[in-house]
Design a protein. Structure first.
Length: 476
C-alpha cells in the first residue's frame, strides 16, 4: 500500500469519527448489563455531562425515576426478546438535575455465539416535539371547550324557544345553569320598578342572610351591571365584608351572580350557588354572561308580547278592557254561572249629556271626562267586577254571582258617582242611563254573549226613553 493510500484511509477514518461524534442524534453503547461504554458528543451536549461522567455508569442512572423503571422493566426485556425497540419515550437527566424528554431507538448486537455483546442506542431530543404536542393538546382542549360552550348556548336557545310565560323561562334558567355549571342551587331575582331585588325562583339568596349589610355580592351585580364571582368564604370576606359568615351559615363555598341586561337596564340577577369552593375562569364567566343575555332577550320578548296582548284587549284612552276583552269576560262569566248555577248580571251604561260636553268644550275635555268617569266607575264597583268600554260613551260592567237586586245596588253606586260635578265641566251636568240584563241561577236556557249585550242595551234605551238617569233591569 502506498503512503498516499494510507493517508486517504486515515482521512476516511477521521471522517467517520466526526460523523459519529457530531451526528444529529445522540449515540451510545452499553454492555449487556446496561453500563455505558461509549457516547458521542451529541449525547454529551444533550445531557450537559462530560464523557467521564457518562462512560462507565449504568444507563439507568442517567434516567429520571419514571424512565428508569420503564427502562428496567419494559425496554430491556423487549430488547432481549425482539432485538430492537423503536421510538421509546424516556427522560434523560441532565447534569443540572433537570429532565430532558427524548425518543430512543435501540438494537442488540450479538456475537457469533448469539450472546449479547452490547446494546446500541440512538437518542433524539424530543423537547421541541413535546412542546409542540403540549401546544397541540392545549389547542385541542381549547377547541373542545369552545365547542362545549357553543353546544350549551345552542341547547339553551332551543330550551328558551317556544316558552310563553316567565314561569317557564325561570324553570329553563334553573335547568340550564344548573347543568352547565354543576351548580348546587340556582336563584333568580327580578328587579322591580323601585329597583329592588325580588326573589322569583330558588332558595332564599345569601342577601337575605346578610341583613342590612350593604356589601352584598348579588345586589352588587345588579347595581354595577357586571358578573360577580366569589370563589370562597375567604374571598367573600376580603371583597364583601360580612358575607363570609352568611356563606358559611348557608353552607355554600362559592357563588356567581350574573345580571340579566337589556338595553342597559338590569332586569334581574341569576345566581349560581356551589357547596364547594371553586375558581371561575374567564370562559366560565363569559358563558354565564352569554346565557344571561339569552335569558334577558326571552324575558323582553315575553313582556313585549304581554304588553301587545294587553293593548289589543285594552281601550287606549281609558285603560279599561275593550269590546274584545269584555265579551271574553261575559263568556267566562256565563260559563262559570252555568257550572255552579249562580246568577250573572251585565250592566250597560250610556252617559247622558256627554255629547254636549264634547261638542261645546272640545274633544280634549271630552277625553278628560271619560277618564274621570272611568276612575269613578272603577271605584264604585266591587273588586271582582270587570269594567269595559264599548266605545264612545258606552260602558259595560260584568258582575258574576250577582242577582238583579245586587246588580241594581252596584249600578246605583255607579250612577251616583257619575252625577257628581266635574272639575273641567262644572256647568255641564252628566248622568247615566243604565240597563241591566240578569241571567238567574235557576234558568236552564242557554244565553249567548250577544244576547246578554242586546238585552242590556235594550234595557238602557228604556231608561233613556223614560227620562234618563235611571236604571232598568230585565231577565235574560
Amino acid at each position: 500500500m502506498t503512503d498516499e493510500s494510507v493517508s486517504d484511509e486515515a482521512s476516511d477514518d477521521s471522517s467517520f469519527v466526526d460523523l459519529y461524534e457530531e451526528a444529529p442524534c445522540g449515540y451510545l453503547s452499553t454492555t449487556a448489563e446496561g453500563v455505558v461504554i461509549r457516547a458521542n458528543e451529541t449525547f454529551l451536549r444533550l445531557t450537559g455531562r462530560t464523557r467521564e461522567r457518562v462512560v462507565g455508569r449504568p444507563l439507568a442512572d442517567l434516567l429520571d425515576s419514571g424512565g428508569r423503571l420503564f427502562y428496567e422493566t419494559r425496554l430491556l426485556p423487549i430488547l432481549r426478546l425482539n432485538g430492537e425497540a423503536r421510538e421509546v419515550s424516556l427522560a434523560i437527566l441532565r447534569a443540572d438535575g433537570s429532565a430532558s424528554p427524548v425518543l430512543v431507538n435501540a438494537v442488540v448486537v450479538r456475537g457469533d455465539d448469539s450472546d449479547i455483546r452490547f446494546l446500541r442506542f440512538a437518542v433524539f431530543d424530543a423537547s421541541a416535539r413535546q412542546d409542540y404536542e403540549r401546544q397541540l393538546l392545549a389547542a385541542r382542549r381549547a377547541a373542545e371547550e369552545s365547542e362545549a360552550r357553543v353546544r350549551v348556548l345552542q341547547d339553551a336557545a332551543a330550551s328558551f324557544s317556544g316558552l310563553d310565560s316567565e314561569a317557564q323561562v325561570d324553570a329553563a334558567i334553573v335547568s340550564i345553569f344548573g347543568a352547565a355549571f354543576d351548580a348546587s342551587d340556582v336563584v333568580i331575582l327580578s328587579v322591580d320598578r323601585r329597583g329592588s331585588l325580588q326573589l322569583k325562583s330558588g332558595p332564599t339568596p345569601l342577601d337575605r342572610y346578610l341583613g342590612d349589610t350593604p356589601e352584598r355580592p348579588i345586589a352588587n351585580a345588579a347595581l354595577l351591571g357586571e358578573i360577580v364571582t366569589v370563589s370562597s368564604p375567604a374571598d367573600a370576606e376580603t371583597r364583601f365584608p360580612g358575607s363570609a359568615a352568611a356563606m358559611r351559615t348557608a353552607r355554600y363555598g362559592a357563588l356567581t351572580a350574573v345580571p340579566m341586561i337589556h338595553d342597559g337596564s338590569v332586569l334581574g340577577v341569576i345566581s349560581c350557588l356551589f357547596r364547594r369552593e371553586r375558581e371561575f375562569d374567564e370562559a366560565a364567566v363569559e358563558l354565564q354572561s352569554a346565557l344571561a343575555r339569552q335569558a334577558a332577550q326571552v324575558l323582553v320578548r315575553l313582556r313585549l308580547q304581554q304588553q301587545l296582548e294587553a293593548l289589543a284587549l285594552s281601550d287606549q284612552l281609558t285603560g279599561l278592557g275593550n269590546r274584545v276583552m269584555i265579551e271574553g269576560a261575559i263568556q267566562q262569566a256565563l260559563h262559570g254561572a252555568a257550572e255552579i248555577r249562580r246568577p250573572v248580571a251585565l250592566i250597560f251604561i250610556d252617559l247622558d249629556g256627554f255629547k254636549v260636553i264634547n261638542d261645546e268644550l272640545g274633544h280634549g275635555v271630552g277625553d278628560d271626562v271619560l277618564k274621570e268617569v272611568t276612575r269613578r266607575m272603577s271605584e264604585a264597583v266591587r273588586h271582582e267586577d270587570r269594567v269595559g268600554r264599548l266605545g264612545g260613551d258606552e260602558f259595560l260592567i260584568v258582575c258574576e254571582d250577582t242577582d238583579g237586586d245586587d246588580a241594581r245596588a252596584i249600578a246605583e253606586r255607579v250612577c251616583n258617582a257619575i252625577r257628581q260635578p266635574l272639575d273641567d265641566a262644572q256647568t255641564y251636568p252628566i248622568t247615566a242611563s243604565v240597563g241591566i240584563a240578569v241571567k238567574a241561577a235557576d234558568r236552564e236556557s242557554s244565553v249567548t254573549v250577544a244576547t246578554m249585550i242586546e238585552l242590556a242595551d235594550q234595557a238602557m234605551y228604556a231608561s233613556k226613553q223614560a227620562g234618563k238617569d235611571r236604571i232598568t233591569v230585565v231577565e235574560a
